[in-house]
Design a protein around this ligand. Structure first.
Ligand code: GUN
Length: 282
């Protein structure tokens, strides 16, 4: 029976650490400000954005909120980003995805100054991660590394299998596990014999976006299983990409949904915002 990794507790510890650092900066009249932009009123995005703003308030950041209408043009959004890039009193810029179809996500991400790209999506930050220099790292995979480290799970020399190859999770996850000296395999929708590969994993990261897809047949005895998925079931309850009830019997550690990876994403956003401010001090 697996030990449950408590993402809520670990994320709370991280937010406390950020809060202490923010209070220290405030004594020197230095403030951390995150600009949060939402285009349209997608209900899921509104929940995520609301949680991000709440976390800012909790740790003592200032947040600027831009709620733009669904019909906003790309030109209007890019000009707002450029204005925020130029403002010395704005440290981080976050544009909630997805965006309406008239706006190219790629153009938006690449317009955000890499020094204010607290999501870690800009090609410069992706490049820095892949060559191993300092930069912002995508919050969800960065949060997973923190979950592992703070639970005392070592990555070095372990067989790490990532299922999913998105720019936001799968690819940066693989780069981070490699940086921690794991032996990394990335699987995706065209992978053959998926269960054979995931069955070798000491550490399995499920980020494929299919509810309860990873059942016990995909897991090695004693594996560490990290679930990135979040899905609303017909009964109204949330579930992940992992079939928690069967997998927990075989794994050594497992993250629950909710209360596993989810809260870590916001905690790491706070860490990145703090970093964006500290970077301009030195
Ligand atoms: N939409 C879903 N996840 C994310 C995220 O991590 N950052 C942003 N900006 N939008 C998202």
């Amino acid at each position: 029976m697996a030990e449950i990794i408590d993402g809520k507790k670990i994320s709370a510890q991280i937010k406390e650490e950020v809060k202490v650092a923010v209070a220290e900066l405030a004594k020197r009249e230095i403030f951390v400000t995150l600009a949060v932009i939402q285009v349209g009123a997608d209900p899921a995005s509104s929940v995520y954005v609301g949680n991000k703003k709440k976390a800012c308030e909790y740790v003592g950041f200032r947040s600027l909120s831009y709620e733009l209408p669904e019909e906003t043009t790309q030109e209007e959004l890019l000009s707002l980003i450029e204005e925020l890039n130029g403002r010395a009193d704005v440290n981080g810029i976050l544009v909630q995805l997805p965006l309406p179809e008239q706006i190219s996500e790629e153009n938006v991400i690449q317009t955000i100054s890499p020094d204010k790209d607290v999501d870690g999506f800009h090609v410069q930050n992706v490049g820095r991660l892949n060559v191993g220099t300092k930069g912002f790292v995508s919050c969800t995979p960065a949060g997973i590394i923190e979950l592992l480290k703070r639970t005392g799970i070592s990555i070095e020399g372990k067989e790490c299998v990532v299922v999913g190859r998105s720019n936001i999770v799968g690819k940066p996850m693989a780069a981070l596990l490699l940086r921690e000296n794991g032996t990394v395999t990335v699987c995706h929708s065209r992978t053959k014999n998926l269960a054979e590969i995931t069955g070798r994993a000491d550490i399995l990261i499920a980020a494929l976006g299919k509810p309860k897809f990873i059942t016990e047949e995909y897991i090695k005895d004693g594996a560490v299983v990290i679930d990135v998925g979040i899905h609303r079931q017909e009964n109204g309850k949330l579930c992940g990409d992992v079939d928690f009830d069967s997998v927990k019997e075989k794994a050594s550690y497992i993250t629950p949904v909710p209360g596993g990876v989810g809260p870590m994403t916001i905690a790491m956003l706070m860490v990145n915002c703090l970093q964006s401010t500290e970077n301009i001090l030195d």
